[in-house]
Design a protein around this ligand. Structure first.
Ligand code: SAM
Length: 181
């Protein structure tokens, strides 16, 4: 199965407390079918360096960038009549059930998946095309993203291609099977 572009936008990153969870978000995005990761909130070059190092070693799969004005960007996309604009999908515990709603979202559209941090601006709920809940209990943006991507890609996210890897892992029953290429 092939699917359209998937961008993950992480709002409200705080260098003081979020580097690990935001790195995990970017790694899950990379491993499960997204091809762009956009960071908003505090700038964090170290985080980008970590993802660049994973791309370098295991193959290029995701492009990272920083966005100064994420709400301005989202407003512009939401207001666009361009049919090629991405569908804005906000993951929130207050939203509609993701498994029931995803089949109603056109899959040929590119997806911009927004995940929050501590608190997201209220306006995000109205400018998003879909507010999707992965259960209606608070948990983790990493878990929400992983479950969403698995459902959106119908399990094919893991089969995406990585370019120019230095290391390739083959599944193994016992131990590590890693080849240098
Ligand atoms: N009050 C937040 C909310 O609106 O979901 C919970 C904050 S949580 C620490 C940070 C992010 O995790 C949220 O902005 C949301 O993107 C994601 N998240 C947490 N629980 C979720 C759930 N049940 N469904 C979808 N996303 C969730």
């Amino acid at each position: 199965m092939s699917f359209s572009d998937i961008e993950v936008l992480r709002l409200g990153h705080r260098v003081g407390r979020d580097p690990r969870i935001t790195t995990h978000l970017a790694l899950v995005a990379r491993a499960m079918g997204a091809n762009k990761f956009t960071l908003a909130g505090d700038q964090d070059e170290k985080l980008f360096d970590n993802i660049a190092s994973v791309n370098e070693r295991f193959g290029h799969g995701i492009a990272c960038r920083y966005e100064h004005s994420p709400m301005k960007m989202l407003r512009r996309i939401a207001a666009s009549n361009d049919e090629s604009r991405p569908v804005i999908i906000h993951l929130t515990m207050y939203g509609e059930p993701f498994k029931k709603t995803i089949p109603n979202i056109p899959k040929q559209r590119n997806a911009l998946v927004v995940v929050g941090g501590a608190k997201v601006p209220a306006e995000l709920f109205s400018i998003s095309d879909y507010n999707l809940a992965v259960g209606n209990q608070p948990h983790s943006e990493v878990a929400a993203l992983a479950l969403f991507l698995d459902c959106w890609t119908e399990g094919a996210g893991f089969e995406r291609e990585y370019t120019n890897p230095q290391l390739v892992i083959s599944p193994s029953k016992s131990g590590k099977d890693v080849k240098e290429v």
